[in-house]
Design a protein around this ligand. Structure first.
Ligand SMILES: [Zn+2]
Length: 319
């Protein structure tokens, strides 16, 4: 049986990975909860499982909703050097300059984050428990994606430089290997963000500036690493598959000098800070009265449906 599983895993095409792996997305939402003030913890702590599980909904939706994919990245190099300054930060201005179709073709994450921020703020204002939790879980996903350097590069999976697979290597393989073993997620407190649009663009700028390093160091290490030891058959989530070897992964992480851990920590702080900022901007509604409310049967059914669509989607394993 195991042999068959390995065989199937080998037959699968190189996974197209566009986001922190499911593992890291869930951890980011989970740890973000602990950065919140008590007035928010009262609702977020009892729902921490929901926030963790639904951190991956935007990825699952990609198979059912065609508008979903561009919300996770921005090929900023498509717009030339220093595009974080030249691209209009307001969606309407960007559409006027480039058209919505053209923007969607190269990713829209920083603009989409502002849409999600507005939705979450409105949900707080209306004390809509379901929307608060769903938008919190989902904005956590998009914020985390904006922190991934290869989400801000058109060479997002090293496809232009003979480094196919590097996307999942950086954001799935290494966090799964090292996050709970070596990394520190004691981060402090959520902070109020006075200008969220500026904040999102700053994170994209950091990601874009780091993307060269991500690619360059992998290439350099590959050139100096025994070719037959770069990949190995190792366990991943209970399945033995061919993947970047532990030795190669640990070396690469060292070369990056803690970059992945830093980006993951920054993601957690950013997620908590956005949740907190939306709550403050909504007038700090009292969340205690929402604690005992439950999801309705229709809401649960809708979530179930999305799960089913995702499970019948084109990929067997997702990142
Ligand atoms: Zn994503």
């Amino acid at each position: 049986m195991r042999k068959i599983i390995v065989w199937i895993a080998m037959l699968l095409p190189a996974q197209d990975c566009y986001c922190w792996g499911f593992y890291a997305h869930q951890k980011i939402n989970y740890f973000a909860v602990f950065l919140l003030p008590p007035e928010m913890l009262v609702l977020y702590k009892p729902n921490i499982d929901f926030l963790e599980v639904h951190a991956t909904d935007p990825d699952k939706r990609r198979y059912a909703v065609k508008e979903e994919a561009p919300r996770h990245y921005l090929d900023i190099d498509h717009y030339g050097d220093h595009a974080w300054d030249s691209l209009p930060h307001k969606w309407e201005d960007a559409v006027a300059k480039y058209s919505a179709d053209s923007l969607n073709a190269h990713g829209i994450v920083p603009w989409w984050l502002q849409v999600m921020m507005n939705r979450l703020t409105k949900a707080f204002r209306e004390k809509d428990r379901t929307r608060i939790l769903r938008y919190s879980a989902e904005i956590g996903h998009y914020i985390a994606d904006a922190h991934v350097p290869l989400h801000a590069s058109s060479n997002h999976n090293g496809q232009f430089t003979g480094q196919k697979g590097i996307h999942g290597f950086w954001e799935s393989r290494i966090p799964e290997l090292l996050a709970m073993r070596d990394w520190d997620f004691f981060i402090g407190h959520a902070q109020y963000i006075p200008n969220t649009s500026r904040f999102f663009w700053d994170r994209i700028k950091e990601s874009a500036l780091a993307s060269d390093t991500v690619l360059k160091y992998e290439k350099a290490l590959t050139n100096h690493f025994p070719a037959d030891q770069k990949y190995a058959y190792e366990d991943r989530n209970g399945i033995t598959i061919r993947q970047y070897s532990t030795a190669f992964s640990v070396k690469y992480d060292k070369l990056l000098n803690g970059m992945i851990e830093r980006r993951m920590r920054q993601s957690i702080l950013s997620v908590a800070s956005c949740w907190y900022t939306a709550w403050v901007n909504a007038g700090q509604p009292d969340l205690k009265e929402l604690v005992d409310k439950k999801f309705t049967a229709e809401e649960l059914e809708e979530m179930e449906k999305m799960e089913l669509v995702w499970k019948s989607g084109p990929q067997v394993e997702h990142n």
